[in-house]
Ligand binder design. Structure first.
Ligand code: ZN
Length: 81
């Protein structure tokens, strides 16, 4: 049974939305601070954040940026004592 055009386009959308390296460094850095806050707060990672996490796993320069945010954010907590 051949797929209808609608089924094909929804499949394409599904594949596009689950492609691992969908965002680039700019897209990652737009959300990396939010992602660091999410991690520190122990909140569940939403789909937008999952893309950031994916990118971080593959990109060392964004990983460094993420660690910088983590240190800055957790450092603020320590110095507030
Ligand atoms: Zn990157």
């Amino acid at each position: 049974m051949p797929l209808s055009k609608q089924q094909v386009s929804s499949l394409v959308q599904l594949v596009a939305s689950t492609t691992p390296d969908e965002i680039d460094c700019d897209g990652c850095l737009d959300h990396v601070a939010e992602f660091a806050e999410t991690q520190l707060a122990g909140l569940p990672i939403e789909s937008a954040m999952a893309e950031v996490q994916n990118h971080l796993a593959n990109c060392h320069c964004c990983q460094l940026e993420f660690e910088t945010f983590l240190k800055a954010l957790s450092g603020m907590d320590e110095s507030s004592e």
